[in-house]
Design a protein around this ligand. Structure first.
Ligand code: SAH
Ligand code: SF4
Length: 348
């Protein structure tokens, strides 16, 4: 698809046409990556963050947040649950910190999870911007995928969404470095940000192509009352934000074809069946929450985050039924690596 076609699709509100779009994207997904949904159990290891992104509920300046960091034992317990539930991979996510204690903590966790699972669990990191040496150290210890959203590929909008000390160029550099080191690299954007235009979202999809991303994780922007952005009006209502999120997934699938695309929890926040709709619009990854229950209410990036009071096992069985109900199977015990990454490596 060229730029104008993507833009036309983003702007269309015709339900019949959208149905066809989602159907085409779902068929493309089945052709490229099969009828299997892969699970990455997400462990939100800490909500301590040195940054202040204007949209995020756990930003440093939100003093109402009770800060935590999981003990290594707690992380390992969650990883054990992932194995018992048959999840092929875990995602280690946290607020951003670059101090030595944090870097060592993450490094130990990676090694311990590798050890515990005899290298069977895949490890994805989502820990923000770091020095090249840090990324390399974590890679050498056994992490093999990294998620770092560009948040928006519009430099101008990026500046509006972040304080002055947050730098778009640094983010781009980090994405490059991660790729050079050998990570499977995931990026993505927030959909429906105040001041965002359809042109920006169209540019985001072309950006994913331009940086040759292996994985995409994007989701609707959802307000958090204790953030500077709370008073600003987003691109559209919750209902049309859901639709826009699904359109972005479908268009990304049709444009990039063989990448892994996550159907994010933010979609589920907007509709109880949001994640299933995401799969039916071309996504193939779901990230069930494995964070110990007592910490979940403290990891609120946005409001109304679902599954705050369901333990991992309940989430697991509820998810299995939901995925079956749409005619897909779960890739238990499989890493489900990005097909795009494999091709990228072969071409080298
Ligand atoms: N600190 C790391 C990882 C945690 S934040 C990082 O920033 O990369 C993970 C993602 O949560 C961010 O990339 C952002 O896109 C998303 N997020 C933050 N606030 C959000 C909000 N209000 N609505 C939806 N997603 C949000
Ligand atoms: Fe911190 Fe990530 Fe939230 Fe930004 S989005 S404030 S880096 S947790």
């Amino acid at each position: 698809m060229n730029k104008n076609e993507i833009l036309d699709w983003l702007k269309t509100g015709e339900q019949q046409k959208l149905k066809q779009l989602f159907q085409a994207a779902y068929e493309e997904k089945c052709r490229q990556v099969g009828k299997t949904v892969y699970l990455r159990g997400i462990i939100e290891v800490s909500n301590i963050c040195r940054k202040n992104c204007f949209y995020c509920g756990i930003r440093n300046e939100n003093k109402d947040v009770q800060r935590y960091q999981l003990s290594e034992e707690e992380v390992l317990e969650s990883a054990k649950t992932a194995m018992e539930l048959g999840y092929g991979s875990v995602v280690i996510q946290a607020g951003e910190r670059q101090d030595a204690a944090f870097i060592d903590y993450i490094n130990r966790i990676i090694k311990e999870i590798k050890n515990l699972s005899q290298s069977k669990l895949g490890i994805t990191l989502s820990l923000g911007e770091q020095a090249a040496d840090t990324y390399r150290r974590w890679f050498d210890s056994g992490a093999h995928r990294y998620l770092l959203r560009i948040e928006t590929s519009s430099r101008k909008l990026y500046q509006k969404m972040h304080p002055q000390d947050h730098d778009f160029e640094t983010r781009l550099r980090c994405l490059d470095t991660l790729k050079d080191i050998g990570f499977q690299v995931g990026t993505g954007v927030l959909i429906g940000l105040p001041g965002q235009r359809m042109e920006d979202l169209c540019h985001d999809i072309l950006f994913f192509e331009h940086i040759d991303a292996d994985m995409i994780g994007m989701g609707p922007y959802i307000v958090h009352g204790k953030t500077p952005l709370a008073k600003s009006v987003g691109l559209s209502s919750a209902e049309s934000n859901l639709e826009l999120g699904l359109k972005m997934i479908a268009l990304t699938r049709l444009h990039l074809r063989d990448v892994n695309i996550a159907s994010t929890t933010a979609l589920q926040t907007l509709s109880p069946t949001g994640r299933e709709l995401g799969i039916k619009a071309g996504a193939n990854i779901i990230m069930p929450n494995l964070t110990p229950l007592k910490y979940r209410k403290d990891y609120l990036l946005y409001e109304n985050k679902p599954c705050l009071d369901e333990n991992a096992r309940m989430c697991g069985s509820c998810l299995e039924q939901r995925i079956k109900s749409i005619g897909e199977t779960i890739g238990y015990h499989e890493w489900g690596d990005s097909k795009h990454f494999a091709k990228r490596r072969q071409m080298k």
